[in-house]
Design a binder for this molecule. Structure first.
Ligand SMILES: Nc1ncnc2c1ncn2[C@@H]1O[C@H](COP(=O)(O)OP(=O)(O)OP(=O)(O)O)[C@@H](O)[C@H]1O
Ligand SMILES: [Mg+2]
Length: 253
């Protein structure tokens, strides 16, 4: 069938004309019956128990809950850093459960930014080199200039040559943020992004994260104990003992 027939003005006399629309994915992340168990001291430990939710593209979301409730584990599964015991994670239309470790790494590099609770900077690389890694993996151009610009955005232009051990906790946190921004992710997962920061720096970091959402449409999923930060998002998902106990829109939602 010639789908361009209409363009040539040859309107079909009967039947519907064919229109092709590109529909953006409305759901960037879909979590279905997700569970994670560990074998610990000969016993089964259920850390996540049948979690279900979907995250809308471009939305801002907080995951809150007591220490040990499974938030970091959940974020790691959502971002394809880890594999579930059962259930599925669909990220940007791709079911991560079916992928190999290498394929998941590729998806992460293409779509995902991650700010870790314990930073996870590479200790043998400087701050600047840490920010350059995702850009190098993508074979991008002007890598050094772009990494410097990102460090400048988080207020660390003069710390590029420092190794992680030569940075304060809050500075490492901000390098981790600059690195997460470097591949212009479709979705940013942030695990306690303000956990190690003073009030003023924390405010700057929160602004950077929300600016990324406003300007680039980056979907945010933020794990936090900071209820003020959680209240800035559109939706709060509560986890307790590995179970989803509530999922509510905020006044921004
Ligand atoms: N590799 C592992 N083996 C066994 N148990 C684990 C493993 N990783 C995490 N856990 C357990 O899973 C539970 C959830 O851990 P997780 O790090 O997801 O909690 P969290 O909600 O992020 O806590 P916090 O607020 O303190 O960061 C904890 O009880 C932890 O001890
Ligand atoms: Mg945690």
């Amino acid at each position: 069938m010639d789908i361009y027939a209409n363009r040539a003005g040859n309107k079909p006399s009967t039947g519907a004309s064919i229109s092709i629309k590109i529909i953006p994915l409305e759901t960037i992340l879909n979590i279905l019956n997700l569970s994670k168990t560990y074998q610990s001291a000969g016993r089964m430990l259920t850390v996540l128990d049948n979690i279900n939710f979907a995250i809308a593209t471009g939305s801002t979301n907080a995951i809150v809950g007591p220490s040990g409730s499974g938030k970091t584990t959940l974020l790691g599964l959502c971002a394809g850093l880890d594999r579930s015991s059962s259930g599925s994670v669909e990220l940007n239309g791709i079911n991560l459960s079916n992928l190999t470790e290498d394929q998941r790494a590729q998806v992460r590099n293409q779509h995902v930014g991650f700010i870790f609770q314990n930073f996870q900077l590479l200790p043998t690389l400087t701050a600047l080199e840490n920010v350059m890694v995702p850009l190098e993996l993508r074979n991008e151009r002007n890598i050094k200039a772009r990494a410097l610009d990102l460090l400048d955005k988080v207020g660390l232009a003069d710390r590029g040559h420092h190794y992680p051990s030569q940075l304060s906790g809050g500075e490492q946190q901000r390098v981790s943020l600059a690195r997460a921004f470097s591949n212009a992710p479709k979705i940013l997962f942030a695990d306690e992004p303000t956990g190690n920061l003073d009030a003023e720096t924390s405010e700057k970091v929160v602004k950077l994260i929300f600016d990324l959402n406003k300007e680039a449409g980056t979907t945010l999923v933020v794990v936090t104990h900071d209820l003020e930060l959680a209240a800035k998002t559109q939706r709060i998902i509560r986890i307790k003992g590995g179970k989803l106990i509530s999922d509510e829109k905020t006044i921004n939602g």
